[in-house]
Design a protein around this ligand. Sequence first.
Ligand code: ADP
Ligand code: ASP
Ligand code: MG
Length: 402
Amino acid sequence: MALIVQKFGGTSVKDTERLQEVAKWVVKNKEEGNKMVVVVSAPGGMTDSLIKRAEEVNSNPQGRELDVLLSVGEQISAALLSMAIEQLGHKAISFTGPQVGIKTTNDFNNAKILDISPEKIMEKLNSDHVVIITGFQGADENGNITTLGRGGSDTTAVAVGAAISADQVEIYTDVDGIYTADPRVVKNAGKIPQVSFTEMIEMAGKGAKVLHCRSVELAAKYGIDIHLRSAFTWEEGTWVKGDEKMEKAMVRGITHVKGLAKLTITQLESNNYLSDVMDILEDREIDIRLVSQGLNPSGHFEISFLLEEKEAVRVSKLIQEKLGNKENIDVKLNLGMVSAIGIGVRSNRLQGSVMRILNNNGIKPKMMSSSETSLSYVVAEENVDKLKRLMHDELIEKSLSA
Ligand code: ADP
Ligand code: ASP
Ligand code: MG
């Protein structure tokens, strides 16, 4: 007998037929003698349409109210799944995040889980219930509903798994595993049987939205293996587990992000202003993906940030206000980033191969960065898919066939 947490994403619970399939799978696992906790996302597309509704009535909705609204989608899935399981003759009970004591920070729309009380979950498991919990949400210390950021139900599942010391955390989705690149963009992408926490944190952080990055960070912290698999074929998927040691540089996957902007502040007399700029970015919780700084040919300091396009214009205005108008701020929109992920990828050979691809295809990088676990290239958004396929060909397919 095992204590199992299963999480089902939006497409897996999007309509009655899907919910019934999920209910059958959960019941099958329970009948095999396991204790079952299920975390659900909102039906596919619902979170997007709720955000759209909010923006129709208010171009900049209050974070608190947005969270009250967004939390509804997951409640619909949880209640319906509970009913579907009861229909199959098993006891089930649904809870919202706050009802099972998921306490979070008060950062509306992007809250972090602080604590989960396992008592209520364990009590219901011990009275033979399937316990269903809404993903993506909790409450702050004043009882306000909060949400965890887009894709956050994965993080709920792993956090619940840690709180109840689950034997297994399974994340079910609409692909049958983690691939060497998004299989919807790169047709030749291959399924990876096992990936380390470090590599998966890099992949998720650099655009592979198949897992919420914080869910993998939590799994690594608590040593919980994640099994990512299909809610359609139910076959064995990909295991995300502790690091394996590898001597040889190996590219595990290629990821991409679109909708980015590069904000450059030029002609800075000194870098004294940088702390002010950093404070603005920190106060607004702006997600900075890359930073580069240096001296330009006239001897002035220059700093560039890579951030979400939708935040760039707002942030540039704030910086302009803070620094006065004398500084030059330049914003380049329509950028994307392609990254090669793997332990030890900062090898000259790999970087040389990518430079050759860029040169041969006339693609000019706007920013680059390298670390032990990733090589990233910022290019015009229109070149992202092409670069991704070329890098996948060169760094993954060729080396597999070598
Ligand atoms: P869910 O709603 O189940 O949480 P998501 O849409 O968040 O599902 O994540 C699954 C999607 O992630 C897939 O449909 C796929 O297009 C995308 N994806 C991006 N990168 C990868 C990758 N490297 N491997 C597998 N899927 C990926
Ligand atoms: N429903 C939320 C979203 O669409 C959370 C999730 O699916 O994980 O982002
Ligand atoms: Mg997801």
